[in-house]
Design a protein around this ligand. Sequence first.
Ligand code: PLP
Length: 378
Amino acid sequence: MEGADGQVSFEIDDLPVRDELRGKSPYGAPQLDVPVRLNTNENPYPLPEPLVERIAERVREAARNLNRYPDRDAVELRTGLARYLTKSSGYPVGVDNVWAANGSNEVIQQLLQTFGGPGRTAIGFEPSYSMHTLIARSTGTGWISGPRAEDFTIDLPAAEKAIAEHRPDVVFVTTPNNPTGNTVPAETVLALYEAAQAAKPSMVIVDEAYVEFSHGASLLPLLDGRPHLVVSRTMSKAFGAAGLRLGYLAAHPAVVDAVQLVRLPYHLSAVTQATALAALEHTDTLLGYVEQLKSERDRLVAELRATGYEVTESDANFIQFGRFEDSHTAWQRILDRGVLVRDNGVPGWLRVTAGTPAENDAFLDAVRELKKEQEQST
Ligand SMILES: *Cc1c(COP(=O)(O)O)cnc(C)c1O
């Protein structure tokens, strides 16, 4: 077929792509150029200048050796991450318990390449982080959409039943959950772990991308005596370094050995390792913003409720709010006022990331106007 420009029109589906990729579109929150962007749960504060300097120093050092491949096992970085986990949780984590990759998305991909794959399945309790589903698809792992209660908590009996019935190879638990914001209690995670062991046994991946924002403690201590449990973490959210692309996991050393069977050699560049090490040196400063963001989150929750919106209990740096008859139209109305929030495809609900106080004020003005508009039209 020839298009208007004389080019033969030829699209993805004209290529011999794998069946499961046919007719699909790539993941992506819109990256729109608007004044207030509160749609991807990033930390709104740029890195402090002393850290920028330290990164430049470390990267300069690394640059002198870029003729060589990086440390394939990223030992210095994993040691630093283990130290951070130990210090923040009180649970002793060693370098042998930690693995790092380019964002926790790559960590999850490596886990599914290792424990999922063709002929195997993974379950998540939806709505939850859509990348779990997409990475399952791209690794050929079958996806099972597990249930959640009306209030977006995990309905334990229903979840246990789904695990017993489907006997998945991998169970995802996101806590605090994205996009709903609520924490999963440790007892629930333990019960799901037991159910998964009785059914298969399978691997349970606890995605703690937002744990630094939560009231509760990390589930790291649950790793003790549970070699089928994995806790995944990221520097993209609380550490304020989404652009760095650094995710990591903590688990039994056997899990760390297992993912090395699928990781590409030298997957973590010397520049990434140097930058992440510099960021770890400034952990206290970076996490200093967490308290501010938590109080802004709590302010947003209070103001949204006062304006007449419903809000899901949030333990993260974002809030799910609603309800809307048509969430996509509401999303557009808020965008028309210069504020980008996220439509995660949960009917009736949208998600907003806690930004700077000024950004949050702009968001609150927009949703107050939207409320008035809706009240006038009914
Ligand atoms: C943002 C997010 C991640 C982080 O992914 P990175 O690849 O580390 O940026 C992981 N899990 C959840 C649930 C998230 O929301």
